[in-house]
Design a protein around this ligand. Structure first.
Ligand SMILES: [Mn+2]
Length: 306
């Protein structure tokens, strides 16, 4: 889109590739069996009609967008394998990908699709949790708590039949956490052993989101050259602000934090993929709670992709 060209200040033109001008592909990932609470598979429809479509349209991001609705009723792992192929296909057609979840097991697919296309991509994992358990260490046994362990090669097809589509392509220095505040002991070890940078919600309160995201990106990409994938779990946000989710943890990110995160990443013009995970419209106390959760997520998505 030529329109975006003149928006880039001349002094900032580094000659590095700009991903922000690529058309958008929206994937509906109706995936709910990576955990046990019903409703999260309805997330894509609710997100789309509850605000994401309108916000993307207002930001002029939908004019050339492709929309792929996949009904993943074929079992969790085959569905996730298909989703990885869909992400890869979109990215390799030079699109940016927005994936509407679904529980966070979708990160098995989205990160896989991103790394197949961009092996050096950097992942900002925005989540209250670490999602780095293995079938052996997981207290719940739920797959939505394991995607990063699979990408780091900490378990494989031998442990979870059907997970062979994950190529274990992620190196620890391609990943940073933002918003974490509920890690299992085994997850703390997994993260510390690999020196993966992580910034808790307390860090964000202390230093500010702008400083945190700048530091996180400079930790994993000091020269600022690689494509970025944000895998966003709505439970990173404070449950007072975004209550409609499966595993809420108090003390989370604020709307102002999300604005700063989105603004910073958008200005890099290197965002290639964004996941919106764990919005569960069945788990809120009221429709108003669902509505404001979705509005927070929709605003964040449009601002990231702007
Ligand atoms: Mn998660």
């Amino acid at each position: 889109m030529a329109m975006d060209m003149h928006k880039t200040p001349k002094g900032l033109n580094t000659g590095l590739p700009t991903h922000a001008s690529k058309p958008l592909e929206v994937l509906f990932a109706k995936v709910g069996r990576g955990q046990r609470k019903g409703g999260v598979e309805q997330g894509p429809e609710h997100l789309w009609h509850g605000g994401v479509e309108a916000d993307l349209r207002n930001a002029n991001l939908l004019s050339d967008a492709g929309i792929t609705v996949s009904d993943h009723e074929i079992g969790l792992l085959p569905a996730l394998a298909m989703l990885a192929d869909e992400v890869e296909r979109s990215l390799s057609r030079d699109r940016r990908v927005l994936t509407l979840g679904g529980d966070h097991s979708i990160a098995l697919s989205t990160i896989e699709g991103v790394l197949r296309t961009y092996p050096e991509a950097r992942i900002l994992y925005v989540d209250a949790h670490g999602d780095i358990n293995t079938p052996e260490t997981s207290p719940s046994g739920n797959l939505h708590g394991m995607p990063l362990a699979a990408h780091l090669g900490l378990f494989s097809q031998r442990d979870v039949p059907g997970i062979g589509f994950v190529g274990a392509r992620l190196r620890p220095n391609q990943l940073a956490f933002i918003g974490v505040r509920d890690l299992d002991q085994s997850e703390v070890l997994a993260i510390d052993d690999r020196s993966i940078p992580y910034y808790s919600a307390d860090d964000v309160r202390e230093f500010g989101m702008r400083a945190v995201v700048r530091k996180a990106l400079s930790d994993i990409d000091p020269e600022g050259r690689h494509p970025i994938h944000i895998s966003f779990d709505v439970d990173s946000v404070d449950p007072e602000v975004a209550p409609a989710t499966g595993v809420p943890v108090p003390g989370g990110l604020t709307i102002a934090d999300l604005d700063e995160l989105a603004d910073f990443v958008s200005k890099t013009r290197r965002l290639v993929a964004l996941d919106l995970a764990e919005v569960n419209p069945a788990l809120a106390a009221s429709q108003a709670d669902v509505d404001r959760t979705i509005q927070v997520v929709a605003n964040f998505a449009a601002a990231c992709l702007a």
